[in-house]
Design a protein around this ligand. Structure first.
Ligand SMILES: C[S@@+](CC[C@H](N)C(=O)[O-])C[C@H]1O[C@@H](n2cnc3c(N)ncnc32)[C@H](O)[C@@H]1O
Length: 219
């Protein structure tokens, strides 16, 4: 099912596409793709421009608890969890969830909210999830992360997400028009796979991913 949980948050951010494309973008992309301190807490041209907890994920977390009926004892996995702030919001709403995040960034997983009680692991998702049995998780999330994989990596990863989760929710960046393609290319620093929604759907179908999804656009 197509969801609309992150789009309101995404649309509330201002972005100067022209300025970014003119600002030595290849150097900025090269640094951003390390996904380390500069990407999170360095200058805005490398990524977040300073990412401290500000509660912005609360509405998304509420939407997840409602849609997936998350209850005490359920396990939730967030792939590309960053600093784990969405997982922390889930913890605030339902303290008895078991919360696991994986991310390739050492800097991100070393800097969760101090009260977060779940587990953040350093992994690259394209290497699979061999430590988790089939249907370990009530919900597997991956927000803003999978477009950073190549097509062959996605081909291996989507079946893993399907395997370990009873439900799934994937959000990726996409485009529907020339203008959105241009803005996305101008803005994004780390994305490898830029596809229209119908091509993401084609890939979901071909890899057997049947969970939910959402696309964000750069209008
Ligand atoms: C745009 S951030 C999204 C973070 C968080 N999910 C959110 O929505 O705020 C992309 C995240 O994907 C992580 N990431 C990128 N490539 C990855 C990979 N191959 N395996 C695991 N994590 C990856 C980055 O370190 C970063 O935390």
């Amino acid at each position: 099912m197509l969801l609309n949980l992150v789009t309101p948050l995404h649309e509330s951010t201002k972005r100067d596409y022209q300025a970014r494309i003119l600002d030595n973008k290849v150097e900025a992309m090269t640094e951003a793709r390390k996904f380390e301190e500069n990407y999170w807490d360095g200058p805005r041209r490398y990524g977040y421009g300073g990412y401290a907890y500000d509660g912005r994920w609360e509405s998304v977390a509420r939407g997840l608890v409602d849609r997936y009926d998350l209850k005490a004892g359920d396990n939730v996995l967030d792939i590309g969890c960053g600093k784990g702030y969405l997982l922390y919001e889930l913890q605030r709403l339902q303290p008895k969830l078991t919360l696991i995040g994986i991310d390739r960034s050492a800097h991100a997983i070393a800097n969760p909210h101090p009260d977060f009680k779940g587990v953040l692991l350093r992994r690259q998702i394209q290497h699979g999830l061999p430590n988790f049995r089939d249907e370990t998780f009530a919900l597997v999330l991956s927000l803003g992360t999978l477009h950073n994989l190549t097509l062959s990596e996605l081909w291996r990863t989507l079946p893993e997400i399907q395997r370990v989760g009873k439900r799934g929710y994937i959000m990726v960046e996409s485009f529907r028009s020339e203008a959105e393609w241009f803005n996305l290319v101008a803005w994004c620093l780390t994305a490898e796979t830029l596809m229209r929604p119908e091509d993401w759907q084609f890939l979901f179908d071909k890899t057997g991913y049947t969970g939910d999804h959402e696309f964000v656009y750069f209008a």
